[in-house]
Design a protein around this ligand. Structure first.
Ligand SMILES: Cc1ncc(COP(=O)(O)O)c(C=O)c1O
Length: 363
């Protein structure tokens, strides 16, 4: 499912940085943040330890805490929701869109209370969330935290016709560079981005104990800093990102053409005016176990994602929504199978995957 890219250029960047003995707080992290902000079209970007700490930091600098509610999808990776609990606020789980798998706007609207302070939207599997969510949050004075952990390189046309890159579609954006993501840093890593002046310096300072440049801690932060080696590798990976995402799109197009009339498998649908980043290619079938067994026989890897909705996991046993059924969330957990779409797939591997898909039938 995942094979991180590694080249001589990346190796040299890592070794040169180690040889420099400047391992932390140096020019690589500074440059990576600047280049990432430039790529996303944001005011600023701050490299950090991972996507989970980026989400925690985003809520913290936004002042979210006890007594506040944060609306979040239940169909996502666990840390999209646990970050809310970690700052002492209350997650309010809502359902996702049946076709695009992202937050469903009507459900968000219904979940709104006087205590709602923020919404965390996720560009799930690389699909940008509904741009109307941005307008909705703006008009309701809600902070929009953008979980872009799976969406490096995704783009979406806004309701005003402009196009934004993932990372610039919320007030604070959060990325992960876990090795399976569209780009990586040779270990754990994350990035905070912002288009808001009021958060521009704070995304940086929260990763460094909330310190000002004169080393006084003026707000609660921690050591969330990225290492210089990781940043040096990340810079090289960022320079390849567009090419890699295009490769993923080409592969996704081939799968979609093949699956157009498949009796047992539905291809994923791309949101109008979106450029999907295809972190994962997730098909839907009423027979996920049979499909996985068939793929296995053809030596094709596959994964089921988020089979237990977050609000129904043990960690949320005492949450007031623990017994609630979110129909689309439940259905996706039962029907969705992810197949390899990574940019490192060889032509032979793509063909093997396509043969496996094409020949899937029930015995
Ligand atoms: C949607 C989503 N949010 C957040 C994260 C957390 O990122 P990390 O694993 O770097 O902490 C991930 C990582 O898998 C993710 O997929």
């Amino acid at each position: 499912m995942a094979r991180p890219s590694w080249s001589d250029e990346m190796r040299s960047a890592a070794v040169e940085t180690l040889d420099s003995r400047h391992w932390v707080k140096g020019r690589q992290v500074q440059a990576f943040g600047n280049e990432f902000a430039n790529y996303c079209g944001t005011l600023n970007a701050a490299p950090c330890q991972n996507g989970s700490s980026a989400l925690w930091a985003a809520l913290k600098i936004a002042g979210i805490g006890p007594g506040d509610e944060v609306i979040v999808p239940s169909y996502t990776f666990i840390s999209t929701a646990t970050c809310i609990v970690l700052v002492g606020a209350q997650p309010v789980f809502v359902d996702v869109e049946p076709d695009f798998f992202c937050l469903e706007l009507d459900s968000v609207r219904k979940a709104l209370t006087s205590r709602t302070k923020a919404v965390i939207g996720v560009h799930l599997f690389g699909q940008p969330y509904d741009p109307k969510l941005i307008d909705f949050c703006e008009s309701n004075n809600l902070l929009l935290i953008e979980d872009a952990a799976q969406a490096h390189g995704a783009r979406q046309q806004m309701t005003d016709g402009s196009v934004r890159v993932a990372g610039a579609m919320g007030d604070v954006g959060c990325f992960s560079f876990f090795p399976s993501k569209n780009m990586a840093v040779g270990g754990e890593g994350g990035m905070l981005t912002t288009i808001r002046e009021e958060f521009s310096s704070r995304i940086q300072s929260i990763t460094n104990h909330g310190r000002t440049p004169n080393l006084e801690s003026v707000e609660l932060g921690s050591n969330l800093r990225m290492s210089e080696v990781a940043a040096a590798i990340g810079r090289k990976q960022l320079s390849c990102l567009d090419e890699w995402v295009q490769t993923r799109r080409d592969t996704a197009d081939r799968y979609a053409a093949l699956l157009e009339n498949h009796p047992l498998i539905d291809a994923p649908v791309v949101r109008p005016n979106a450029q999907h980043a295809w972190h994962q290619y997730c098909v839907q079938t009423p027979h996920p176990e049979a499909l996985q067994a068939h793929l296995d026989k053809h030596e094709v890897d596959s994964r089921r994602y988020y089979t237990t909705p977050i609000h129904q996991q043990q960690i949320f046993a005492n949450h007031y929504q623990h017994e609630t059924i979110l129909p689309e969330t439940a259905k996706l957990g039962e029907t969705l199978v992810a197949i390899p779409v990574m940019h490192e797939l060889t032509e032979l591997e793509i063909l093997r995957i396509m043969v496996a898909l094409e020949t899937f039938q029930l015995d």
